[in-house]
Design a binder for this molecule. Structure first.
Ligand SMILES: *[C@@H]1O[C@H](CO)[C@@H](O)[C@H](O)[C@H]1NC(C)=O
Ligand SMILES: *[C@@H]1O[C@H](CO)[C@@H](O)[C@H](O)[C@H]1NC(C)=O
Length: 518
């Protein structure tokens, strides 16, 4: 008991340290969760903020890149065309500038923050733009490096500094190549040039002035931190219509650092948060029991596993890249294709205090795996024959239709987003494991979770830290109109409760919190 109390206090100390970097984004929703509505149209996001995200306490939405991009016909309208900008006009596959502005405003009005995915490392690929099609019809010529609607011209790109033979990044052990050469042929902007910095800053500030709360910055590994520092430093304060005077944008930077390259995530810690790609890769391995990993090893999850400092980390089980074999993480990444272990891993992430969490919201595609490679990894969002993205229909049971997966609407994930909000700031306490794949832990006196990743049953009495009473499990059901639609858990006067989880239960876990008390 003695050591347990100390651990709780220690953890609380860490918790308090978080606030200095992200106070504005946390002041209203506590330790909130961001959902990535990948490839959704702006008008659907606006509706989702009002009808679902605000009522269920989501902190914010990561939106797909809002800038004008190439239109690719071979293959037909892949998702990655949005990572190939041709201008900073706010007209993309998700909608027009007017629709973007309306969405940001409607989401802010109901307290849901918008974080824009921004592509500022590069423009489109050198060989892109057969026919030169773009989402707003702006002229560009990639082979001549001409983007008159920014405007950028050849002098704004890094070609003269790149030392690789092909002009592309060939060697990830050479930091100069990684930052001065082309990533997969994408024309690499020279962010040290005043003209380029100015155009990027103007683009980001247009979004800040419209009301976005911050940015996911794509491909940060491929830019120099000193240039990013200047760019972030010139960002306007958040729009006072929705945010306290003097609030700064939250920036989380995409840096894929799995530990085997000279460029380190730590170079970006002073600039903002950083995507922790080791998180999903390692957590996937643990839930899959690869390399002899057991759930009980998660007792030291976080910095103890070589992850970055908690107050720097943006964490996720999967993202739009690695759920289809792109980017980092490889085969261990859990996705909606394996719903049972996926829900358990997402629930663990949302229950655990480490990092700031983001949940994925995907669409289905026809996977066609040949020699470990998905030949359909390019497939874009559900769309009409003319290539325009389809709306997201909502079924009577709350799930989404038309190939939209909507993991964030899965009741188990939605209820764990609520759990995270309720246990915000509470230390991790009452850890238990059976030295194998059964674990449990609490968050102060607010919530408790039990996970059974063994092939057999779990049947055990545990200290929960919760007040005596009957609680409704928010995984097998939830509290509704004062009644419980799932398992009921009784906590006795000493804070102990009995848990039974069979390996054939729909979900291998149980979670209760103060708001699920009957
Ligand atoms: C782009 O420039 C190249 C080289 O000058 C030219 O051959 C090509 O036709 C141009 N493409 C477009 C779409 O204007
Ligand atoms: C943990 O629980 C599983 C499932 O009941 C069991 O197979 C395993 O032996 C337990 N481990 C220990 C160390 O008790």
């Amino acid at each position: 008991m003695q050591t347990r109390t100390k651990w709780c206090l220690l953890a609380l100390g860490f918790g308090l340290g978080l606030s200095q970097y992200r106070s504005h984004t946390l002041s209203r929703h506590g330790d909130g969760t961001i959902v990535h509505l990948f490839e959704w149209r702006w008008s659907d996001i606006a509706d989702e903020c009002e009808r679902y995200l605000a009522p269920n306490g989501f902190q914010g939405v990561q939106i797909s890149p809002p800038s004008e991009h190439i239109v690719v016909s071979k293959p037909h309208r892949p998702w990655w065309e949005r990572y190939q900008p041709v201008s900073y006009n706010l007209c993309s596959r998700s909608g027009t500038e007017g629709e973007l502005r309306d969405m940001i405003s409607r989401c802010n009005d109901v307290g849901v923050k918008i974080y824009a995915d921004v592509v500022i490392n590069h423009m489109c690929a050198a060989d892109a733009g057969e026919g030169g099609r773009s989402t707003r019809g702006s002229y560009f010529n990639a082979s001549r490096e001409e983007f008159p609607s920014v405007p950028y011209s050849a002098a704004d790109f890094n070609d003269d500094k790149c030392t690789s033979g092909s002009g592309n990044i060939e060697n990830y052990q050479d930091i100069y190549q990684v930052r001065n050469c082309r990533l997969l042929g994408l024309l690499d902007l020279a962010q040290e040039k005043e003209h380029v910095r100015g155009k990027i800053v103007d683009y980001l500030n247009a979004l800040v002035d419209m009301g976005v709360a911050g940015f996911h910055v794509d491909a940060c590994k491929h830019m120099w931190p000193k240039d990013l520092k200047v760019i972030y430093g010139r960002l306007h304060n958040l729009n006072p219509k929705w945010f306290p005077e003097g609030s700064r944008p939250l920036v989380y930077q995409e840096v894929i650092d799995l530990g085997d390259e000279p460029i380190k995530a730590s170079e970006f810690y002073t600039l903002g948060l950083v995507t922790e790609f080791k998180y999903g890769a390692m957590l996937g391995s643990v839930f899959r029991k690869w390399n002899g990993y057991k759930l009980s090893y998660l007792r030291t999850w976080g910095e103890g596993w070589g992850l970055m400092p908690s107050d720097r980390a943006l964490v996720f089980v999967d993202n739009h890249d690695n759920q289809r074999g792109h980017g980092a993480g490889g085969a261990s990444i859990l996705t909606f294709w394996e719903p049972r272990p996926y829900r358990a891993a997402v629930a663990f992430m949302l229950a655990h205090p480490y990092g700031m969490s983001r949940v994925m919201s995907s669409y289905r595609w026809d996977r066609h795996v040949v020699n470990g490679q998905d030949e359909n990894d390019w497939v874009g969002p559900p769309s009409y024959p003319d290539g325009s993205t389809k709306p997201v229909p909502i079924n009577p049971d709350g799930s989404c239709g038309d190939r939209w997966v909507c993991e964030h609407r899965w009741p188990q994930i939605r209820n764990m987003v609520t759990f995270r909000r309720i246990v915000s700031g509470q230390p991790l306490c009452n850890w238990w494991d059976n030295r194998s794949n059964q674990i449990a832990f609490g968050r102060g006196d607010r919530g408790f979770i039990v996970i059974n990743n063994d092939d057999c049953c779990l049947d055990v009495s545990l200290s929960t830290g919760l007040a005596a009473g009957t609680y409704c499990d928010v995984i097998s059901g939830q509290k509704r109109d004062g009644k419980c639609t799932g398992k009921q858990i009784t906590v006795d006067n000493r804070g102990r409760a009995h848990f039974i989880i069979s390996s054939t239960d729909q979900d291998p876990l149980v979670a209760i919190h103060t708001h699920s008390k009957l």
